[in-house]
Design a protein around this ligand. Structure first.
Ligand SMILES: *[C@@H]1O[C@H](CO)[C@@H](O)[C@H](O)[C@H]1NC(C)=O
Ligand SMILES: *[C@@H]1O[C@H](CO)[C@@H](O)[C@H](O)[C@H]1NC(C)=O
Ligand SMILES: *[C@@H]1O[C@H](CO)[C@@H](O)[C@H](O)[C@H]1NC(C)=O
Length: 395
């Protein structure tokens, strides 16, 4: 969806009020996040993923053209909520984590509770993310996790976000509209966290709604990954360069090339592992899978599943292995996506454009639940590491 909010209407939301007793920790802070599936039956999963991919292409083109329009990137099949406190004493809100927004927005399930720490900002604040937000701006005390307390600006919108009390924006710097800052940036610039980065842990789960994730601001959580983190520089290839984009290649089994080295992105808001149409066709041939009409996903027989080779994503000189189990949709959740309980569906699907588009793969949630990820603004790079769940047979 194209939004036409002029940039002039977007005010700087970030203020700092020196009088507050802000604890300077200079150490990373972790925040648990809970996954919710927002999928309503047949074809909804693939429809949402492909729509998001199309919107990302559109958003990057709008940005490059210098136009003042912005494109929303929503409609996520997998969404995450975090409990965030606002005010002193804090009221806790269940906020939707959205990498397409940059600020904290309250609006929806719970109204904004004013306390002595609320300071009204003048004028209306707007951000063209999600379905587009406008409202009153406030500077207030924000509490993330048990101990991270800092002052930031928040928007109080009348628009609601289905099932949530608002938005916790975490967009990468390239998605921001210039004057707006993002939460890790605020924390870093206030000296609260040692590095301007966010790390993400998702664990595979067969539960529709599960508190199975963790965001760590300013560092990594060594209990969530094994071995070392491989860092990959953000790609210079447009339009992947506008997101958390990297160069990588994909191989099936020992030697079947699915995708030669090209640019793509890492995106927690995409559910599947999407690859360019020709790569998808090579994967389909290699696995013998057929496209299932009711889910829009590839489907394999149990014999094909037992013969399924690993899929290797190679970047930064390291191959990240998606085992057969990592390539399938959790079978206990088949009925949520319009499938049948006894079927086996694959999480690799078609991005909707041929190789060479500058954004030829999207490593979505189904990839990220097998690998710990680090989004490092300071060094302009993305990191991956194995986890205790990389080879889990949960699905
Ligand atoms: C869930 O999906 C519906 C459309 O299917 C969308 O309108 C809604 O915004 C989504 N909710 C979230 C929290 O993303
Ligand atoms: C799913 O998660 C909910 C909330 O955490 C929990 O009550 C429920 O028991 C879980 N179900 C399964 C099958 O693990
Ligand atoms: C990524 O690939 C492009 C195209 O081959 C190349 O120009 C670029 O140097 C590569 N590396 C990065 C970090 O962009």
């Amino acid at each position: 969806m194209l939004l036409t909010a002029p940039l002039a209407a977007i005010l700087l939301l970030v203020v700092s009020v020196a009088a507050d007793p802000i604890v300077v920790r200079k150490s990373p802070v972790s925040l648990p996040i809970a996954r919710h599936l927002n999928i309503t039956g047949a074809h909804d999963l693939i429809r949402k993923d492909q729509a998001r991919a199309r919107n990302m292409f559109a958003a990057s083109k709008v940005k490059r053209s210098g136009s003042s329009a912005s494109v929303s990137i929503t409609n996520e099949g997998v969404v995450y909520g975090a409990s965030v406190g606002i005010g002193s004493p804090p009221t806790f809100y269940n906020l939707l984590i959205d990498t397409g927004c940059t600020n904290i927005w309250i609006g929806g399930g719970k109204s904004y509770v004013h306390t002595s720490s609320s300071v009204a900002l003048s004028g209306t604040v707007c951000e063209s993310c999600g379905s587009g937000f406008c409202g009153e701006g406030f500077s207030d005390i924000v509490t993330l996790g048990p101990t991270l307390v800092f002052r930031a600006s928040i928007g109080v919108a009348s628009a609601s976000s289905e099932g949530f009390d608002g938005i916790l924006g975490l967009g990468p710097p390239d998605l921001t509209t210039g004057t707006l800052s993002i939460i890790p940036d605020i924390l870093f610039s206030q000296g609260i966290i040692p590095d301007d980065l966010v790390s993400v842990s998702f664990e595979p789960t067969t539960n529709v709604s599960a508190p199975n994730g963790e965001l760590t601001f300013g560092g990594t959580d060594s209990t969530k990954f094994t071995g070392t983190i491989t860092f990959i520089p953000v790609t210079t290839t447009f339009p992947a360069s506008e997101f958390w984009g990297i160069n990588g290649s994909i191989r099936y089994g020992a030697s079947t090339t699915i995708l030669s080295t090209t640019a793509g992105i890492v995106d927690s808001g995409t559910t599947l592992l999407l690859i360019s149409t020709d790569a998808f066709n090579r994967y389909k041939t290699a696995t013998g899978a057929v496209l299932d009409a009711s889910t829009g996903l590839l489907k394999v027989t149990s014999t094909q599943f037992s013969n399924l080779q690993s899929l290797f994503f190679t970047a930064g000189g390291i191959s990240f292995e998606l085992t057969a189990n990592a390539q399938i949709w959790p079978r206990s959740l088949n009925t949520f996506i319009g499938g049948t309980t006894s079927s086996i569906y694959l999480v690799v699907n078609d991005i909707g454009s041929p190789t060479g588009s500058g954004l030829d793969f999207i490593n979505g949630y189904t990839f990220l639940e097998r690998f710990y990820s680090v989004f490092d603004t300071t060094n302009n790079r993305v990191g991956f590491a194995n986890t205790p769940f990389t080879t889990a047979t949960t699905n």
